[in-house]
Design a protein around this ligand. Sequence first.
Ligand SMILES: *[C@@H]1O[C@H](CO)[C@@H](O)[C@H](O)[C@H]1NC(C)=O
Ligand SMILES: *[C@@H]1O[C@H](CO)[C@@H](O)[C@H](O)[C@H]1NC(C)=O
Ligand SMILES: *[C@@H]1O[C@H](CO)[C@@H](O)[C@H](O)[C@H]1NC(C)=O
Length: 340
Amino acid sequence: MKLLTFFLISLLPLLSLARFNNRLSRQQSDSRRGNVARGTTYMLQTQHQGQNFFDDWDFFTGPDPTNGNVQYESQANAQDLAYVQPDGTAVLKVDNQSYVPPGGNRRSVRITSKETYNGGLFIADFWQFATGQTVWPAFWTVGPSWPNGGEIDIVEYVNTATVNQYTLHTGTGGNCQLNPNANSTYRSDGGSQPQSYLGTTLGTQCMSSNGNNAGCAVSDFQGSAGSPFNAGGGGVFAMLWDNSQISLWRFDRNQIPQDIQNGNPNPDGWGVPMAYWSSQSCDIANAFQDHSIVINISICGDWAGSAYNGGGSCSDAVSNAANYNNAQTKINYISVYQKA
Ligand SMILES: *[C@@H]1O[C@H](CO)[C@@H](O)[C@H](O)[C@H]1NC(C)=O
Ligand SMILES: *[C@@H]1O[C@H](CO)[C@@H](O)[C@H](O)[C@H]1NC(C)=O
Ligand SMILES: *[C@@H]1O[C@H](CO)[C@@H](O)[C@H](O)[C@H]1NC(C)=O
């Protein structure tokens, strides 16, 4: 990370010159075509990858706010649960070695980025995402005083689920709803797609109130989570968050756009997103602020516990270490880009 920052700083004059030239030529061609410039260039702000992956995260060690049977470990105590493989893959996992009594807490990890964001283009490449009975893994972003400041769940599912779920949670700010028919820049199909995103609507009220914390959520297709996602070598989740939208795309390993692979991501070419929240029905700037990125693997608790159907009770199943042989999240990289 630090090396990378140094590298970027030394390249900055060069890059901005290149961008200036790009912009010039784009303006020229746009004016020739006589239409409005649509392309936006994104510049890498932060990348977590390889041997330095864990440099800029805090390890959360408090009790699970969602009542899981989990003991989140400090970095010093999580050397076996959060580490980088020799090939540069970052691994976060649940302890599948130790004996835990029925109803006890099993060791796991939850990391939070030190850097915070008020928007950006977030690209996360996972080789594998944790799965298994009692397991509740997530990749999400959240503001400091939940639910005010909001929460964006990018990867989240429980137990042996094979469908990923995307959810926004908000406080009183922003008056946020999910409008499936919002006008979208990404309706490249000319409007034949019945809604502005590909996924299935689960709920439209984003605000958490009176104990209703379901949020406004969209589910992905079959195979977007758990074993089938992992069997395919994982894939990329991309989120574009700005004042006009929160858009989420998922790409299978063999369908990752070339511009993402090249480090020049351009959402304009990615087609209709899997989930899309428009500022037409949510004051995004008001509802989502100062987000950290969080990756955690919880066990049982509010969601995985109530959805558990693996025999016996969820909290007793924590004792079975074999439930955690696939409770591993393996990360290629997480990058954040900002509009240039
Ligand atoms: C882990 O992630 C889920 C997903 O959103 C979240 O609801 C839960 O509170 C997280 N666990 C902890 C300890 O934060
Ligand atoms: C979408 O765009 C059409 C045409 O510009 C407009 O009439 C309509 O009100 C818009 N819908 C929303 C939800 O903003
Ligand atoms: C824990 O999980 C890993 C990865 O699946 C597996 O290789 C290992 O054998 C498991 N450990 C035990 C004690 O089962």
